[in-house]
Design a binder for this molecule. Structure first.
Ligand SMILES: Nc1ncnc2c1ncn2[C@@H]1O[C@H](COP(=O)(O)OP(=O)(O)O)[C@@H](O)[C@H]1O
Ligand SMILES: [Mg+2]
Length: 446
C-alpha cells in the first residue's frame, strides 16, 4: 500500500518538476460517505485557480467513481481549457474492471473537447448512461429524447413527471447558468452545461445531475433580490413560488405569468415522488427530501450550479401529474395571495412547508430564519403570520428554536404580533406551551 503511495508521490513530483500540474483523482470519487451524502469529498478535488498550465488528471489511484460525480469532472476540464490550460488524462487505459476509467468511457467522456469545440457534436455515451452537453435548443431536445428513451419502461406518470423536472432544470441551466470561455480568441464562446442520467437497476433508482459552471444562483437571483446574504439564502429563495432572478432585467408584469415557478414546482414534485434533490451552488447546499428541506454551508464550493436528483421507482406509483401540478399551483397561488395580503398589512408571511418541508426539524435553519428574518421584521414593528399548511408535524425543539426568543422579547404582545394559519392541534399546543414557558417568568412576570 505505502509502496504505491510513495511511487505515486514520486510520479507527482517528477511531473511537477516538468512544469505540469498533476491532479490525482481520489480512490473513491462520488457523493457519498458510507450511506450519507457528502459533497465536500468530491468538491475538494477541484482546483479553480489554475490558468495557462499543463494539467494532468490522473485516474490511476481511483478505484471507483460514480457517473454523476465524474460528469462534474467534464465540466471542470472544460473550465480548465477555458482558462488556457492544456488538459490530459492518464490512467484511463485500463478497461473492464468497472473502475473509474470504465465509467468515464461509458459516458463517452473521452470526446469531451471535440464536443466542447463543435456545437453539432455530443457525447457518444452508452444508451444506459447518457451524458449530454447542453448549450442550445437542439441539445435540449436531444436530452429530452434521451430521457424518454431512457425511461420508456417506466410507468407513464413517471415519464411525464421526470420530463417535467428535467426540462425545468435544463431551462434553468440554459437561461441562467450560462458560462463562457475566459481566455484567448474564443472568449465569447459558450461553455456547455450538462446532464447525466443513470438507472441503478438493482436498487430500482434513477439518479440524474444537471450541472453548469455559470454564475450561480446567488449572483443570478441578486439581480432581483440584492439582499441575499449567502448562497444558502439564495437557494432557499430560489425554490419559493414566483421568485425569479429575471424580474430585475425585464418587465416584471410581463415575466410574471410563469416565471419563478420552475424550482418551486420541481421541488414539490420531487418531495411527492419520495425522491431527493440536492442543489449545490457556490458553497451552499440545499437538500429537498420527502420529509424536510435542509441547508448547509460546504467547506468547498462549486462555481456554478448543479442539481442531483435521486428517485426510487415504485411499481404502482399512485399519482397523476396533472392533478399534482394543479394542486401545487393552487397552493402557490394561495400562498401568494396570503403573502400579498400580509405585506399590505405590514406583516411578514412565512409558509413553513415551503421553507422547511412537511416535517420541519432542522433546528439550525430555524435559528437562522429567526435571526435573519423574524426578529428584524418584529424590530421594524411588523406582525408575523406563520402558515403551517401541509406541515404534518414539527418537534418542540424546532418550534422552540424559532419562537422562544421572539416570545421572550415580545412578552404578552406575542399573542397579538405573531399569528398562525392552518396549524394542527398538536402544533398549536406545542406553540402555546413554548409561549407559556417563554412569557410566564419573562419580563412581564405574569
Ligand atoms: N442554473 C442556474 N444558474 C443560475 N441561477 C439559477 C439557476 N437555476 C435557477 N437559478 C435562479 O433561481 C431562480 C428561480 O428559478 P425558477 O424557479 O426555475 O424560475 P425562473 O427560471 O422562471 O426564473 C432563477 O430565476 C435564477 O435566478
Ligand atoms: Mg426556471
Amino acid at each position: 500500500m505505502s509502496d504505491w503511495k510513495s511511487e505515486l508521490s514520486n510520479l507527482k513530483k517528477s511531473i511537477n518538476g516538468s512544469g505540469k500540474i498533476n491532479l490525482q483523482l481520489p480512490p473513491y470519487f462520488n457523493f457519498k460517505d458510507h450511506d450519507a451524502y457528502d459533497f465536500d469529498k468530491a468538491l475538494q478535488f477541484f482546483q479553480w485557480d489554475i490558468h495557462g498550465k499543463q494539467v494532468v488528471i490522473d485516474f490511476s489511484a481511483c478505484q471507483s467513481a460514480n457517473y454523476q460525480a465524474l460528469s462534474l469532472l467534464v465540466l471542470y476540464s472544460w473550465r480548465l481549457k477555458s482558462n488556457g490550460c492544456r488538459v490530459e488524462f492518464t490512467g484511463i487505459e485500463e478497461i473492464g474492471n468497472g473502475g473509474a476509467s470504465d465509467v468515464w468511457r461509458m459516458m463517452g467522456s473521452p470526446g469531451l473537447f471535440s464536443v466542447c469545440f463543435n456545437e453539432n457534436q455530443n457525447f457518444r455515451s452508452n444508451e444506459h448512461k447518457p451524458l449530454v452537453a447542453i448549450r442550445n435548443h437542439a441539445d435540449f431536445k436531444l436530452a429530452m429524447e434521451k430521457a424518454s428513451e431512457f425511461s420508456k419502461e417506466f410507468n407513464v406518470e413517471y415519464i411525464n413527471t421526470l420530463r417535467y423536472v428535467i426540462s425545468e432544470l435544463l431551462y434553468n441551466t440554459l437561461e441562467h447558468g450560462t458560462a463562457f470561455f475566459e481566455d484567448g480568441e474564443s472568449w465569447n464562446k459558450r461553455l456547455p452545461s450538462l446532464i447525466q442520467f443513470t438507472w441503478y437497476m438493482k436498487r430500482d433508482e434513477i439518479h440524474f445531475i444537471v450541472g453548469d459552471v455559470g454564475i450561480g444562483i446567488r449572483r443570478h437571483l441578486s439581480q432581483a433580490y440584492p439582499d441575499l446574504e449567502d448562497d444558502v439564502a439564495a437557494l432557499l429563495k430560489s425554490i419559493q413560488p414566483q421568485v425569479s432572478g429575471t424580474f430585475g432585467k425585464s418587465d416584471p408584469y410581463q415575466a410574471k405569468n410563469n416565471a419563478g415557478m420552475g424550482l418551486f414546482l420541481s421541488s414539490n414534485i420531487v418531495r411527492r415522488l419520495r425522491a431527493d434533490m440536492h442543489i449545490v451552488s457556490g458553497n451552499g447546499l440545499l437538500h429537498i427530501s420527502p420529509s424536510d428541506i435542509t441547508t448547509r454551508i460546504l467547506a468547498n464550493s462549486w462555481p456554478g450550479t448543479f442539481a442531483l436528483v435521486s428517485i426510487r421507482l415504485e411499481k404502482n406509483a399512485g399519482f397523476d401529474l396533472h392533478s399534482l401540478m394543479a394542486e401545487f399551483r393552487d397552493s402557490a397561488y394561495k400562498e401568494q395571495d396570503a403573502k400579498a395580503k400580509a405585506e399590505s398589512e405590514n406583516t411578514l408571511y412565512l409558509s413553513i412547508y415551503n421553507y422547511f418541508g412537511t416535517y420541519p426539524e432542522d433546528k439550525s435553519a430555524a435559528i437562522s430564519f429567526r435571526d435573519k428574518r423574524l426578529i428584524p421584521a418584529l424590530n421594524q414593528g411588523k406582525r408575523v403570520l406563520l402558515d403551517f399548511a401541509n406541515v404534518e408535524s414539527s418537534p418542540h425543539s424546532f418550534l422552540s428554536a424559532m419562537l422562544a426568543t421572539p416570545f421572550k422579547r415580545l412578552g404578552m404582545a406575542a399573542y397579538k404580533r405573531i399569528k398562525y394559519l392552518n396549524a394542527s392541534p398538536e402544533i398549536r399546543e406545542t406553540i402555546d406551551f413554548i409561549l407559556d414557558d417563554s412569557t410566564s417568568d419573562g419580563e412581564l412576570g405574569l
